[in-house]
Design a protein around this ligand. Sequence first.
Ligand code: PRT
Ligand code: ZN
Length: 295
Amino acid sequence: MSVERLTLGVQKKGRLADGGFELLKRAGVKLAYGRDQLLRRAENLPLDLMLIRDDDIPSFVATGACDYGIVGENVLHEAKHRSARLSGLEVVLKLGFARCRLKLAAAKDGNIRTIDDLNGRTVATSYPGLTQAYLRERGVEAEMVEMGGSVEVAPKVGVADAICDLVSTGATLEANGLFAFETVFESEAVLIRRSERAEDPVEDTAQLLVQRFEGVIASRQTKYILLNAPTDRIEEVRAVLPGTDAPTVAPVVGREDVVAVHAVCTEEVFWSTLERLKAVGARSILVMPIEKMMA
Ligand code: PRT
Ligand code: ZN
């Protein structure tokens, strides 16, 4: 019996594509070479990627053209505001990349300082649903001016009084003389599917993929630390190690006063962490990335 193939909607080109392909690669998905512009076949799993624009991913998943999709939460929620048909989509997993914030911003030298100043004003955005809902919840009535891109130029050219746009580093706002005064929505890439999935023929592949994605996400921030510590200061060393509950302590041949410590740290290890470890007597400290993890 042939296994049903899972179709995963992925952005064809852009920020979500970059992170999505990296995630799939780290999850062990090998893509077969192909000329097809729309479908890419995985050669080692019953999985096909459908390469489309990120804005189309929610409706492709909702209609069943794709079983699952990788999309920004911003696009997912905006789509839900626009169409009741898309309310049956659910987030399976947060993927931890393409993080950004949808922010209200206005000219630094203008007279808009807070969201209350937006009453009776115009706001340029590619996210009118999210923006309008946020403002209405706070009792602010503003008119949305929908734009497909280059939203940051709207105040300068007189298209709108303020903007609501995605921000990651803030450099675009800065370059256009704008300042952000309110965060409307926080977003990252997510894996989505339809919530109603009676007798799902791709369930096994989906479970395997989700488990591997979880492993990749966990291993991204997890580090393996090796160090030598004075035997009588082991508790102090342990207190400094971030996000570890039970480090392994092993003897060092020929040394009574020193032990070797191995620990998996689930939190970020900073240079300052190493400096604090050194201050409590740790030496020969190594921090190594973890390639794969499975609980
Ligand atoms: O062609 P297609 O429709 O598929 O691509 P797209 O142009 O719509 O998407 P793309 O690749 O730009 O973004 C896809 C998704 O990435 C978005 O929906 C978000 O979920 C996420 N993302 C994360 C961002 C950003 N960060 C981001 N900084 N999307 C856009 N930006 C833009 C923003 O609109 C602004 O113009 O980058 C500029 C601001 O960046 P900073 O660093 O200057 O603050
Ligand atoms: Zn798009």
